[in-house]
Design a protein around this ligand. Structure first.
Ligand code: BES
Ligand code: MN
Ligand code: ZN
Length: 503
């Protein structure tokens, strides 16, 4: 369940709530809501600013309990950092920290005035949406296989944001996006002994069964064998968990309108196969279906928001395991496209399942455009770290839309070139191409490999290897790039509405 959101119209000092949230900038500058509370409560905030107890550092939090003169039971004062550099990213950060602090308090609802902060370049609907998503992000707990640590304490379920009525659209969007983000995070966080290709297929089928206008088709390995998915099937051959190709269709647009397509890498566990990965950190390769989770989340959001567009979401899913029946370095595979591939490293498996899925998606749906998302290369993590997804496309306008969507949602991408100059790195003496491109530009040569299967398609590739999850014991799925994809869909839907899509 996502958090419940509403708009608050009362004044911060008179709102009847277990907790009211206000901000203070560095150097003790109070926001107008903080000043109102301060005034009503006889200077309680200013005194703490003067004493240094409240320093306004970005993301710092202080709880004032039952200040006299204020209706709320508590006031949560959140540090905003320097006012002159306050921007969208900081706005998101302080809202996340506020929600984290609320999550630790024994209360189930609160009212935040942080949405009144001025964020250059963004309106009230954006602020409300971003604050709501930040709060829901902080409120999510993974509990599928572990008991919550803070059992027995009331959990935050409801949050109100100060904003005028015209910000309502922002809340509606946040509700839809939050559903998709949660769907993606939960699926990606599940362990690989639960989240198998068959499990993802079941989840997709269940979602289709529960929603009008959504249908689901699953191809199993027998059907794929008949159709010629030689590349995808090779990757899954070493695993007892057989590969699936999952396709969800949403008909929210006009009948006959071509769909937009998403494709997501669904490797439910990547050992590397015969080209086995080193042991340390290998558990994180359960997140190698992050692309699948991301596109499914984007799909879920589109359906929940009822966006007026046709959308398909295709997930090739397999487990990459070493086994007596595994594919091996040196094997030559015949892909669904008919092109042959020399396997030089069985750990470059993502592109091998994606290539067949891309071919099938183009053939089956003739989509307007195809966006794929994949935890594809360690090289992308080296290049961009955890802050930006790698974006590759030969279509400048599509790339620009993706970059802009990432910027708006703070789910950012950064473009890498996809020039044909890199294609020579994939040459092979034994097949049409090799599955790896050597030491340099690993993220780009992976993109170049995929480009060979998207001829004539308006296609873009997102390498989310660095962004899909946070590392470490307590890390977990981030739900990226759901927000980016939903923003993009909204743009598509707007175009559909003004009839620009069929042009
Ligand atoms: N799933 C990995 C990519 C990955 C690695 C994502 C680390 C996130 C963190 C992918 O299947 C892989 O193993 N790629 C290889 C490709 C190489 C063999 C050309 C890699 O990046 O090392
Ligand atoms: Mn791999
Ligand atoms: Zn992988």
């Amino acid at each position: 369940m996502t958090l419940q959101f509403s708009l608050a119209s009362a004044a911060p000092e008179t709102v009847d709530s277990p907790c009211v949230v206000v901000g203070v900038y560095e150097n003790g500058l109070l926001t107008s809501a903080a000043a109102r509370i301060d005034g009503a409560a006889g200077g309680v905030i200013k005194r703490q600013v003067e004493s240094g107890d409240i320093n306004g550092k970005a993301g710092s939090v202080t709880v004032l309990f039952a200040p006299e003169g204020v209706s709320a039971k508590r006031v949560l004062v959140v540090g905003l950092g320097a006012q002159k550099s306050f921007d969208a990213a900081r706005f998101q950060k302080v809202n996340i920290e506020a929600a984290r602090a609320l999550g630790k308090l024994p209360l189930d609802n609160a009212a935040s005035w942080l949405t009144e902060l001025d964020v250059p370049g963004h309106d009230a609907a954006w602020r409300v949406r971003t604050a709501a998503l930040a709060a829901d992000y902080a409120a999510y707990r993974y509990t599928a296989t572990v008991k919550p640590r803070d059992q027995g304490k009331p959990a935050l379920t409801t949050l109100a944001f100060a904003a005028a009525d015209d910000a309502h659209a922002g809340l509606d969007q946040a509700r839809g996006i939050a559903e998709g983000v949660r769907f993606a995070r939960e699926l990606a966080n599940l362990p690989p002994n639960i989240c198998t290709p068959a499990y993802i297929a079941e989840q997709a089928q269940a979602f289709a069964d529960a929603h009008d206008k959504v249908s689901c088709r699953v191809l199993d390995h027998v059907e794929m064998e008949k159709l010629g998915f030689g590349s995808l099937l090779a990757v899954g051959r070493g695993s007892a968990n057989k590969p699936k190709l999952i396709a969800l269709e949403y008909r929210g647009g006009a009948e006959g309108d071509k769909p937009y397509a998403f494709v997501g890498k669904g490797i439910t566990f990547d050992t590397g196969g015969i080209s086995l990965k080193p042991g340390p950190g290998m558990d994180e390769m359960k997140f190698d279906m992050g692309g699948a989770a991301g596109v499914l989340g984007g799909f879920v959001s589109a359906v929940k928001m009822g966006l007026p567009l046709n959308l398909v979401c295709v997930v090739p899913s397999a487990e990459n395991m070493p086994d007596g029946d595994s594919y091996r370095p040196g094997d030559v595979l015949t892909s669904l496209s008919g092109q042959t591939i020399e396997v030089l490293n069985t750990d470059a498996e993502g592109r091998l399942i994606l290539c067949d899925a891309l071919t099938w998606t183009a053939q089956t749906f003739q989509p307007v455009s195809i966006i794929d998302a994949a935890t594809l290369t360690g090289a992308c993590v080296i290049a961009l770290g955890k802050h930006a997804s790698g974006l590759m496309s030969k279509y400048d306008d599509l790339a620009a839309e993706l970059l802009a969507a990432g910027e708006t949602t703070l789910d950012r991408a950064w473009r890498l070139p996809l020039w044909d100059d890199y294609q020579v790195q994939l040459e092979s003496g034994f097949a049409d191409m090799a599955n790896i491109g050597g030491k340099s530009a690993g993220a780009i040569t992976a993109g170049c490999f995929l480009s060979r299967f998207t001829d004539g398609q308006r296609w873009a590739h997102l390498d989310i290897a660095g962004t899909a999850w946070d590392e470490g014991r307590k890390g977990g799925s981030t739900g990226r790039p759901v927000a980016l994809l939903v923003q993009l869909e909204s743009g598509f839907a707007d175009m559909a509405n003004i009839g620009g899509k069929s042009a």
